[in-house]
Design a protein around this ligand. Sequence first.
Ligand SMILES: [Zn+2]
Length: 77
Amino acid sequence: MGVGNKRTLTKTRRKTRDVDQIISDLRSAKHLTQYKSTKLSQDLPGLGKNYCVACSRWFDAPSTLTAHERGKPHKRR
Ligand SMILES: [Zn+2]
């Protein structure tokens, strides 16, 4: 493995957006669109559809997104 420090490795692996960025997303749709345009839709699960704004996560199917919205991590957000 390239990275020796395990803590750094695990801390950056599931890096999503910062909470303050998400708050901006929730307040202005323009901010969110700007962020989405920086990502290639081909690289995202489900071609960039099924996005949860509050958790800044993509899902591969609408059913997965619906299931996620009922879940605990989402409600905590
Ligand atoms: Zn969510």
